[in-house]
Design a protein around this ligand. Structure first.
Ligand SMILES: [Mg+2]
Length: 195
């Protein structure tokens, strides 16, 4: 696990890049893979969401790389530190292993939005596609045959911006709040599905 890109990105690449390009399943973390807890910094509050975990297991069996891409603005806002994030992340991985599910890489962006002190332009904070593009490079993933699951419009918008053709709204977390906005992302290049 390490900070890269001058501290603008945290990356945990858990599987080596394949020689052949591989399909990817991109996942938001908070509200999608685990229950939504605002500014989560306590490993004791990690609870897996079973529908997404089932998708992870299916992807594992199919040889599809599973990549978590998570905005962690609480770090940029000074609410918690990378060490807290890493402790939570270790718990997520531990619970997933117990559930028979494996993650191939994790990317986290610490930037808050500009109105909360973040950079005017962030390449990595979703809805920007930077974390997905970086994963594609690091793991040899074919974005054009990949999917993304999220609970917020920014997750699916990041997928669309990266050239991923299918987005799935998880039904948990912020899904209800963002359902209308998510439907508006759908067009001939981007299919929107719902759990
Ligand atoms: Mg989320």
């Amino acid at each position: 696990m390490t900070l890269v890109e001058n501290g603008n990105l945290w990356a945990d690449i858990r599987s080596p890049a394949m020689r052949k390009t591989r399909r990817g399943l991109f996942l938001d973390r908070d509200g999608t893979l685990i229950e939504l807890v605002d500014y989560l910094a306590d490993p004791g509050k990690v609870t897996l969401l079973t529908d997404t975990v089932s998708e992870v297991r299916r992807a594992n069996s199919a040889g599809i790389a599973v990549v978590i891409v998570t905005n962690q603005s609480g770090i940029g806002r000074g609410l918690y530190q990378w060490a807290d994030f890493e402790a939570v992340q270790a718990r997520v991985i531990e619970l997933l292993l117990e559930a028979g599910a494996k993650i191939d890489a994790v990317y986290a962006c610490p930037h808050p939005p500009p109105d909360a002190g973040g950079p005017l332009v962030s390449a990595y904070r979703k809805p920007a596609p930077g974390m997905l593009m970086r994963a594609s490079r690091d793991l040899g993933l074919d974005l054009a045959t990949s999917r993304i699951i999220g609970d917020s419009v920014s997750d699916l918008a990041a997928g669309k911006a990266a050239g991923i053709p299918v987005g799935i709204l998880a039904g948990t977390g912020h899904s209800e709040r963002d359902a209308t906005a998510v439907k508006m992302l759908a067009d001939e290049e981007f299919e929107v599905n719902f759990f």
